[in-house]
Design a protein around this ligand. Sequence first.
Ligand SMILES: [Ca+2]
Ligand SMILES: [Ca+2]
Length: 266
Amino acid sequence: MYFISLATLSTTTTTTTTTVFVATITATETTTVITTSTTPTTAFTTDITTSISVSTTLSTISTPSTATVTRTTTTTTIISKSNWLTNGDGETGPCESAGGSTPPTGWSYNGTITQVYYNNTYADQLSTNSGPNNRGNCYFYGGPSGSVTSMWQYVNMSNSINPVLIDNQTVYFNFSAWLGGYGSQTDYAQVSLTFINQANQQGGSTTTLGPVTHTQRSDITSLLFQQATGLVPVGGRSLLVTVTITRFSGTANDGDVDNIALYLYQ
Ligand SMILES: [Ca+2]
Ligand SMILES: [Ca+2]
């Protein structure tokens, strides 16, 4: 399954409003004619006084004029179409070929969880058992001991995906794995996906694949495909994938996993 996402988005519109002030200049000219006859014998004397007063009024017009400037910014993000997980298929690094415990490459881990070869008779799966066609040479196995063993890895999304695309709820995930176990034993494996926000807190709910029970496997040693899809939650900036394998039968921990994959797409 392939997901190709070429995202073009993120349009920003900026509106700038300018208020225009208008200066009103009022000029008033006043002419006063004064007529006097203080001396009857003298001819009329006419005094003319002219005054000009100028007043300036600064006022805001009732409806301000507006100027709108629109800027458009286009951001292009290419979301990787590859599996976002490191060594989800157990094909990177050494694999256990005997009865020991070889830790998974590229994962943090706890306990005896083991990256092991198919057809290793100390472990569970044969390359002829039901499972993925592209299973490669190795898979993950709970290990020779330990009631609960686990491995996990964190993936940062914000370095590769514009957070705006996530927060606009345009980014989806497709999460899958092949899970199973050994014969009629009830040991099983689960794989979970949790998104984490900028405050380093869980965002949204955890998605869990499995367990695949011995009943679902019809008590046959095999791996079954499990898948979930959903929306990357608002605020998601990184994610955590955890594999947990639990023993209920015998001494070996016989839950098995291969081809753990996480794809992100629009
Ligand atoms: Ca594999
Ligand atoms: Ca067991």
